[in-house]
Structure formats: C-alpha cells, structure tokens
Design a protein around this ligand. Structure first.
Ligand SMILES: NC(=O)C1=CN([C@@H]2O[C@H](COP(=O)(O)OP(=O)(O)OC[C@H]3O[C@@H](n4cnc5c(N)ncnc54)[C@H](O)[C@@H]3O)[C@@H](O)[C@H]2O)C=CC1
Ligand SMILES: CC(=O)[C@H](N)C(=O)O
Ligand SMILES: [Zn+2]
Ligand SMILES: [Zn+2]
Length: 350
C-alpha cells in the first residue's frame, strides 16, 4: 500500500486550503483505517475553507479537512472487535463521551463533550482516513458510495423532517441549500403534501423542483406567507421546516404555519433574532423543535432504510462529482457561490 497520499489540508490560518502529499496514517487503539470511496463537502467545510470567525476559534491547522464519508476498512487498530477488514462503512462525525449527563440519558446528540472529526482532528478529504471504530456505521454492500457519504447530512434532514408527523401534511421548507434539498427528498419520500419551498436562488429553486417540491417561491420577489396561504386555502402549513438560517425566513415561516402546527429549526442564525413570540408562537400554540446532529443511532437506521427503500430522490441533489481532488478549489468556489447542491469527491481516480 502507498505510504503517501494526497489530502485537502487546511495548512494555514487563512482563506483556502491546499492539496498536499501527507503520510497515510496508522490506526491507533480503537480506530480503523479506511480507503475513502466517496466524501462530500459540508457547509462546515466551507466555513473552515473561508476561515470565518467560528473556524478561527475552533480549527487548529495544519489539519486534513472533511467529515462526510463512505469507505472500506483496510486496517483495524488494536482493541477493535466490531469491525473487520473489508467492511463498508460511513461514519457518525460526533465523537461523544458516553459519560456526561446527556449521554447517560441516551441524548448522545447533545453530548456536552462532543468532538467532531474533520473539525477537532484530521478528517476524510484524503485517499485514506482514520475513523474511530465507535463512530463507524456499516453500510449494505450494494449502497452507492455517493449515497452512503450523504448519510450524515441526511441524518440532519431526517431529524428535522421526522421530528413530528409528516405524511399527508402541508409543509413549508425555507432554504434549498444542500441540507434543504435533502430535507425536500426526505419530506417527499415520507408522504408530505404539498411541499412548498421558499428559496431566493433560481438555480436552487430549480433543483428543489427536480427533487420533488410541489411549489417553489422566491421570497425576495413574492411574499411567501401570502403564497402559502393561497396554496393552503388560507389555513397555513401544518409543518414548517427551517433550513436557511435567515432570520426573515424564520419569521415568514412562523407566520405561514397554521395554529397548532409543528416547527422544526435546523438552520443556524448568524446573530440573535428578534421575534414577536406572543403572536407568532405562544398564541398560535406552535410546537417548536431545535434540531442538532443526529440521534445515535436511531437516525442512522432511518436514513439507511430510506436510501435502501429507493424512495429518496438523491440524484438531483448531487450536482457535482469529482474524480480525485485536483479540482477541489473549483468545487469550493462553486459551493461558495451557491451554484451547487451536494458536491462529492471520489478520491481514487482509477
Ligand atoms: N443544527 C445543525 O445540526 C446543523 C445546522 N446546519 C445549518 O443548516 C443550514 C442549512 O445548511 P446548508 O444547506 O448547508 O446551507 P446553505 O447556506 O447552503 O443554504 C441556505 C439556503 O437558504 C437560502 N436562503 C437565504 N435567505 C433565505 C430566505 N430569506 N428565505 C429562504 N431561503 C433563504 C440560501 O439561498 C441558501 O440556498 C445552515 O444554516 C447551516 O449552518 C448545518 C448542519 C448541522
Ligand atoms: C459540524 C458538522 O458539520 C456536522 N455535519 C454536524 O452534524 O454537526
Ligand atoms: Zn457537516
Ligand atoms: Zn457526553
């Protein structure tokens, strides 16, 4: 096996990243080495690439980027008895402590000592990568690597969409970025109708339609609240799923939700948000959920089954595929410009 490999590395505390040759790592106790078959870009990778305030406070270069992955186990570290060479895995990126109050209540998704690989340690934008065995998820052999790598972000979307009843429910999704698009796929596969998507980018509204949105609206040109009221005969939607992180979208979504309806919030807001809580939430008796990470491991079972059911329309979400990492800068710049859905790399060119 090769001793060196190309990897996308955050080499300096500045904008960008570099494709460099690094040593193929050795798995330590409790770890496995995988051959990376597919890996996809998350919005968090983009923040690390851009070196925004959050990245500056958290990332310690030099570090291999990336955390969404599908790969084959090629070496097993000491003490690992749950995996063997040849296993086809993806990975939960949150490394949880198992000891804190949240973990001891089986709320691993809110472990207070969470570490994230590709964020707090080397990641998977490389030909080979280390995965902690406790974070590995075994995939069925037949699952395409480009779908298997999407399971981690799909977990975010599943927890958002399935935080309450969805089948047959009118649904508003604000934001059709990569996660919102996955949300649309999950909502449609789960029987939501009609699914209305509010998204300012024309490119992403078109993607939303391809994934299965029943209606799309540009919130910068039309009032999405009026649009929703027209589609729902003045009732408002039963379910509002926020995937944009835009304060205005949150307010519009709350206004467009029917009294007694359900609101699930995944998007992260860039600043504190001011809202008329009395009229938009309390007097409407809305059920509001904050969504973070994925439930371990219930969400992974759901995601895997949804993919295997064949009902998730993922192909239109994957807009860009790259063999190798040579064009990684193009991929990041396209994503920054909002001209992509999910971007997938296949590190091995052969
Ligand atoms: N809670 C959690 O565990 C996680 C939350 N996130 C957050 O989820 C959100 C979605 O992630 P991505 O799809 O990667 O982000 P993204 O930034 O690519 O997508 C956001 C989309 O919202 C659209 N948008 C902007 N203003 C809008 C408005 N007023 N109304 C409707 N849409 C509007 C944008 O055009 C864009 O297409 C982000 O805020 C991200 O930080 C991401 C991962 C995990
Ligand atoms: C930090 C991340 O990007 C990760 N996908 C998560 O779910 O927390
Ligand atoms: Zn991520
Ligand atoms: Zn914990």
């Amino acid at each position: 096996m090769a001793e060196k490999m190309p990897a996308i590395v955050k080499t300096k505390p500045a904008y960008g990243a570099e494709l460099v040759e690094v040593d193929v790592p050795k798995p330590g106790p409790g770890e496995v080495l995988i051959k990376v078959l597919a890996t996809s870009i998350c919005g968090t990778d983009l923040h690390i690439y851009e070196w925004n305030e959050w990245a500056q406070s958290r990332i310690k270069p030099p570090q291999i980027m990336g955390h969404e992955v599908a790969g084959e186990v090629i070496e097993v570290g000491p003490g690992v008895d749950t995996l063997e060479v040849g296993d086809y895995i993806s990975a939960e990126t949150h490394i949880v402590c198992g000891k804190c109050y949240a973990c001891r209540h089986n709320r691993y998704h809110v472990c207070q000592n969470t570490k994230i690989f590709g964020v707090d340690m080397d990641g998977v934008f490389a030909e080979y990568a280390i995965v902690p065995a406790q974070n590995a998820w075994k995939n069925p052999k037949g699952m395409k690597p480009e779908y298997a790598t999407l399971q981690e972000p799909l977990g975010n979307a599943v927890d958002t969409v399935l935080a309450g009843p969805i089948a047959g429910r009118s649904t508003l999704i604000t934001g059709a970025g990569p996660l919102g698009l996955l949300g649309i796929a999950v909502a449609k596969a789960s029987g939501a109708y009609p699914v209305i998507v509010s998204e300012p980018s024309e490119f992403r509204r078109e993607l939303a339609k391809k994934v299965g949105a029943d209606y799309v609206v540009n919130p910068f040109e039309e009032d999405p609240v009026k649009f929703v009221m027209d589609v729902t005969d003045g009732a408002g939607v039963e379910v509002f799923l926020e995937f944009s992180g835009a304060p205005k979208a949150l307010e519009q979504g709350l206004k467009a939700t029917t009294p007694g309806g359900r609101v699930s919030l995944l998007g992260l807001f860039p600043r504190d948000v001011t809202l008329d809580f009395n009229n938009l939430i309390i007097f409407k008796a809305l059920e509001v959920h904050g969504i973070t990470g994925r439930h371990l491991w219930e969400t992974w079972y759901t995601v895997s089954s949804l993919i295997q059911s064949g009902k998730l329309n993922l192909d239109p979400v994957i807009t860009h595929k790259y063999k190798g990492f040579d064009d990684f800068e193009e991929a990041f710049e396209l994503m920054r410009a909002g001209k992509t859905g999910k971007v997938v790399f296949f590190p091995h060119k052969g």
